[in-house]
Design a protein around this ligand. Structure first.
Ligand code: SF4
Length: 188
């Protein structure tokens, strides 16, 4: 499968970010996802957004745009396969940022996949809370609005009607300073 990846970045003050917060609406959509109530990084949870963000002043939103070439509906399986590989790679890069930079927090793309099967499925607590990371959507942010307004992109889906032109992985780094990290050193 032929594809390329472009990275886009945007730094936003936490106060400005809160206009994209709409927990009720986002969690309504989350209820239709297979991970709902089956992964400790996903809803339902009782994380208070204000206390979660209180240690940070800025969010550095990162978008990896996977440009798909010459794809058609028959390639949807291989598109999905490549997307899963690229999501893993994207999140691994974010974890490297987290490990190298104290005082930063990360938000990954999608649900935590550190274990083959999340302990929540077995109703056991997560024993890896340091590595279990939330995503923007699992905290209640309207990611569709963020990518549209800030990056002029839209969320596309793999479905049985047409092949998407591109797919997005969206993550973020939270910090107390502007430009604390050279993100380009980590994203490849
Ligand atoms: S680290 Fe494992 S148990 Fe914890 S949230 Fe991630 S997948 Fe679930």
């Amino acid at each position: 499968m032929e594809y390329s990846i472009d990275y886009f970045y945007h730094q936003i003050n936490i106060n400005q970010l809160l206009k994209y917060y709409n927990k009720e609406e986002v969690f309504k959509l989350c209820r239709e996802c297979n991970n709902y109530n089956k992964n400790w990084s996903c809803p339902p949870h009782n994380v208070g957004i204000h206390s979660f963000l209180s240690n940070f002043d800025y969010m550095h939103i990162i978008v990896a745009k996977i440009n798909l070439y010459n794809e058609n509906i028959n390639s949807n399986d291989s598109i999905l396969e490549s997307f899963i590989i690229e999501r893993k790679n994207f999140n691994n890069n974010l974890y490297n940022i987290f490990r190298d930079n104290i005082n930063c927090e990360i938000l990954i793309s999608g649900a935590c996949d550190k274990c083959n099967l999340c302990n929540r499925v077995k109703n056991i607590k997560c024993f890896n809370r340091t590595e279990c990371k939330f995503s923007l959507e699992s905290l209640g942010f309207r990611v569709d609005e963020i990518v549209k307004e800030i990056f002029k992109l839209e969320i596309m889906w793999i479905n049985n009607k047409s092949a998407p032109k591109y797919l997005l992985n969206i993550g973020a780094v939270l910090s107390t300073k502007l430009n604390p990290i050279n993100l380009e050193d980590y994203l490849h």
